[in-house]
Design a protein around this ligand. Structure first.
Ligand code: ATP
Ligand code: MG
Ligand code: MG
Ligand code: MG
Length: 485
């Protein structure tokens, strides 16, 4: 089943159950001080759960562009190393705002997976919240009893607070969740280690696909729980992971969400992606290719939603992600010219039908990425050279924080990038020294008037503004010049 059809069938299914289908909210949030990026499907509905405002319908479903690279959910370090965590991914979700509850949510999830998508029941496990005495929250007997009517009891596992209890914050709406996991290992592997031992254990072929959260309680300031007056359902299913299961492959990167991008990277760089790397060299190339095809999606969709790379806030997160991809290509694919921007055409061909913003903003996105690549590549080689010298001169395994700052300040190396490169070589760095050097520089420039730049560009009707170029120095994006057309 093609990924386009996987997405469509999800939305059609929930529409047939009375849900209103809504578009994804932008990946970047402009007006939520607590969150930079949309990191789950529920973010755009948060206010409804807090009792502010009423949704258009008591039942809603959608696919949400999510980014998990900062704050509470930060998967960046895993991305590319593993095969099922992305920076940007789509979260398929269905919601009940004070309407249906556990019985419908669980039964529909099961119907969709086993009857519509026809996933074999024997590869599924579910988890139910076991309860927590010290937190004063009960075992989710209700969910357990519903699952018992659908699945063999030895496939219902109990999960702890970390995996199976959701809360918005220290206070406010919260409740248990039930999650669905798949075990797509070979029969032989299954015979050796039972799947239930690998659920929530970071196994690349025993992965969580769907979380169903039941907002049932309100946590009060004194820590006690009370039943919410209206109870809600909030679910999120990883689209790329679902495609992996339905396309019978072992990695998200072997689905048609990623293979066209991978083929393009191969043709642009001459590198080869191998489904199973046979040695460390092949593995390094694989990781680099996975990082690039993952990161380009995050960066492209963020720019298409109006967030330009910059040196502050969300813009700096986007810049860091892109620079990470550029460095992987430089070091492991030996690619020293801009090419990542060319992948945007593939993204647009592949996703433009469902996410028209990527096609509408294609030339802006390509221009911004190409400029970013060109400007970072100019400094990257020198910076890496400096780093080599520093490593050679260092006794022990801790690099001076001042040198890491110099790389940041003069060569545009985000500190997490330097950290990553050092980690690959078995080194780390003196973080306090880095912060001290940073503070010194800030003190020096305190007198200089602050140039505040707007990281956002307004995209009216698709193409009102055209990217011309940057005027930038490493620590200050002076102004991104746009010309009205
Ligand atoms: P995991 O335990 O695998 O990190 P999670 O418990 O953090 O996932 P949830 O917050 O429950 O994830 O999000 C709902 C669903 O979104 C998950 O069941 C999974 O299918 C998907 N998902 C979560 N994080 C990612 C990611 N970084 N990349 C791709 N899919 C993801
Ligand atoms: Mg996670
Ligand atoms: Mg989890
Ligand atoms: Mg989860």
């Amino acid at each position: 089943m093609k990924s386009q059809d996987v997405r469509k069938q999800f939305l059609d299914f929930f529409q047939s159950k009375g849900h209103l289908i809504v578009p994804s909210a932008p990946i970047v949030l402009k007006d939520d001080p607590t969150l930079m990026f949309n990191n789950s499907g529920m973010a755009q509905f948060k206010e409804f759960f807090l009792g502010n405002g009423t949704p258009k319908s008591a039942r809603i479903a959608d696919t949400q562009k999510c980014l998990r690279v900062s704050g509470k959910h930060n998967d960046l370090e895993e991305v590319g190393i593993d095969t099922y965590h992305h920076t940007m991914f789509e979260m398929l979700g269905n919601w009940s705002f004070g309407d249906y509850f556990k019985k419908e949510a669980i039964n529909w999830a099961w119907e969709l997976l086993t009857e519509v998508y026809k996933i074999d029941k024997d590869i599924l496990y579910v988890t139910v919240f076991e309860g927590s005495k010290e937190e004063n929250v009960p075992f989710d007997q209700e969910a357990y009893d519903i699952w018992k009517t659908l699945i063999a009891e030895d496939r219902i596992l109990l999960g702890n607070k970390k995996d199976n209890f959701w809360e918005m914050g220290d206070q406010g709406p919260c409740g248990p969740c039930t999650e669905i996991h798949v075990d797509i290992r070979s029969a032989e592997e299954k015979a050796n280690v039972p799947g239930k031992d690998l659920v929530n254990a970071d196994h690349p072929q025993v992965v969580e696909i769907w979380n169903n959260v039941f907002m049932e309680f309100n946590r009060k300031a004194d820590g006690s729980l009370e039943k919410l007056p209206a109870q809600h359902v909030d679910t999120g299913m990883g689209f790329e992971r679902l495609c992996m299961v339905l396309q019978g492959v072992q990695s998200n990167y072997d689905t048609d969400v990623f293979t066209p991008l991978i083929r393009k990277v191969e043709s642009l760089t001459g590198a080869k992606y191998t489904v199973k790397a046979k040695d460390e060299e092949e593995d390094k190339v694989n990781i680099a290719i996975r990082v690039i095809v993952d990161h380009v999606r995050a960066v492209a969709f963020a720019i298409a939603d109006g967030q330009l790379p910059s040196n502050t806030g969300a813009g700096y997160v986007i810049r860091r992600i892109l620079r990470r991809a550029i460095r992987y290509a430089f070091t492991f694919l030996n690619k020293k010219e801009p090419f990542i921007y060319e992948l945007v055409q593939v993204l647009s061909d592949q996703m433009g039908a469902f996410f028209p913003e990527i096609t509408a903003q294609k030339s802006l996105v390509m221009n911004v990425i190409r400029e970013e690549e060109a400007s970072f590549l100019k400094k990257l080689e020198q910076g890496l050279h400096l780093l080599e010298n520093v490593i050679a001169e260092t006794k022990g395994i801790v690099i001076s924080g001042e040198k890491v700052f110099e790389l940041y300040d003069t060569f545009g190396f985000p500190k997490d990038l330097t950290e990553l490169i050092l980690r690959e070589r078995g080194y780390n760095y003196d973080e306090a020294g880095f912060e001290a050097a940073m503070k010194k520089q800030k003190d020096r420039s305190r007198e200089a008037s602050e140039v505040s730049t707007d990281d956002w560009t307004i995209l009216v009707d698709g193409n009102v503004e055209t990217f011309v170029g940057y005027d930038q120095t490493e620590n200050e994006v002076k102004i991104t010049r746009f010309r009205k057309v």
